[in-house]
Design a protein around this ligand. Structure first.
Ligand SMILES: [Zn+2]
Length: 69
């Protein structure tokens, strides 16, 4: 089951898969890897596949890293 198999919940258009830089996400993410999202070409709504959310949630925020000494 793919997130892009679903239509946009706003306008019903077919979603398009896109890889975007993680820093383009409205989330505090410490990864430089591109993130897969599903974008509606009609209204530009963004959907985040569960796999993407899992990847983001699994990003280790290292609390011990407070700069070099
Ligand atoms: Zn839409």
């Amino acid at each position: 089951m793919n997130e892009t198999d679903l239509p946009c919940s706003d306008c019903g258009s077919a979603l398009t898969e896109r890889m975007i830089p993680a820093k383009d996400l409205p989330l505090p993410v410490e990864t430089e890897q591109p993130i897969q999202v599903a974008i509606c070409p009609s209204c530009e709504a963004r959907y985040y596949p569960e796999q993407t959310l899992t990847t983001l949630a699994g990003t280790p925020a290292d609390p011990a890293r407070h700069g070099d000494r």
